[in-house]
Ligand binder design. Structure first.
Ligand code: A5P
Length: 232
């Protein structure tokens, strides 16, 4: 079975957790895309939900499928968010933001009673950090902020390799919120909470891609079937 089929299986399993009338957060990325597709088919058959998206891309997909959409302004408390992840580590700590939507993803997940992560088996790791950690920063003071981020990494004994994420046509990638992304090539993050706290304390950092204590359940599709992991 190829990876796309595994992602779709995880999405289908998560869809079973959605009950009529739920207020749902919709994630971003190729796995979340499958979930939105499957939800769209269910909505077309008459299933009632109200959704908030974590990116402009997901907003366009969901609206195109006729899924009723809201905003956190109109609907500030959600029942459930279903999203993908770049890495799933011990305690369901996640690295997210490979698609650049980490800020809205974290806001939406934080506004939800539950978060379910959907993934194929390649995303589960013993230690976070093999996937470069995205850090969303404001454009003002970029060089100074980058230096502070690198200092933090060094002081924690981590690699200080940080690169500005490139976008199209030689310009930097710009997030939905108008920010830039530094990708930190850390290789391993032995203490995600310590790094998260230090990054958050840097004024030019808007948010980082470490999601700690947010995911309640991970639905992981493997070649031999679905595995579920719980935080507690
Ligand atoms: C988007 O910013 C990310 O957090 C995605 O949720 C994450 O990168 C997973 O994406 P895939 O499902 O495409 O691997």
């Amino acid at each position: 079975m190829d990876l796309e089929a595994l992602k779709r299986e995880a999405a289908a399993r998560a869809l079973a957790e959605v009950t009529p009338g739920m207020k749902l957060g919709l994630g971003t990325g190729s796995t979340a895309r499958h979930f939105v597709d499957l939800l769209g088919a269910k909505v077309a058959a008459g299933f009632p939900v109200l959704c908030v998206s974590t990116s402009e891309v997901t907003q366009a997909q969901a609206s195109g499928l006729g899924i009723p959409m809201s905003t956190l302004e109109e609907t500030p408390a959600l029942d459930l968010t279903v999203d993908g992840a770049d890495e799933i580590g011990p305690g369901l700590a996640l690295v997210k933001g490979g698609g650049g939507a980490l800020l809205r993803e974290k806001i939406v997940a934080s506004a939800s009673k539950r978060m379910i992560v959907i993934a194929d088996e390649t995303k589960v790791v013993d230690t976070l950090g093999r996937f470069p950690l995205p850090v969303e920063v404001v454009p003002f003071g970029l060089a100074a902020t980058t230096a502070m981020v690198r200092d933090v990494c060094r002081s924690l004994g981590l690699s200080d390799a940080a690169r500005l994420r490139p976008g199209k046509d030689g310009h930097p990638f710009v997030t939905d919120g108008g920010h830039l992304i530094l990708d930190l090539d850390l290789k391993a993050i032995p203490d995600p909470a310590a790094l998260a706290g230090r990054l958050t304390a840097i004024p030019g950092v808007v948010e980082h891609g470490l999601f700690i204590g947010l995911a309640d359940l991970a639905v992981v599709a493997t070649r031999t079937g679905i595995t579920t992991l719980t935080r507690r």
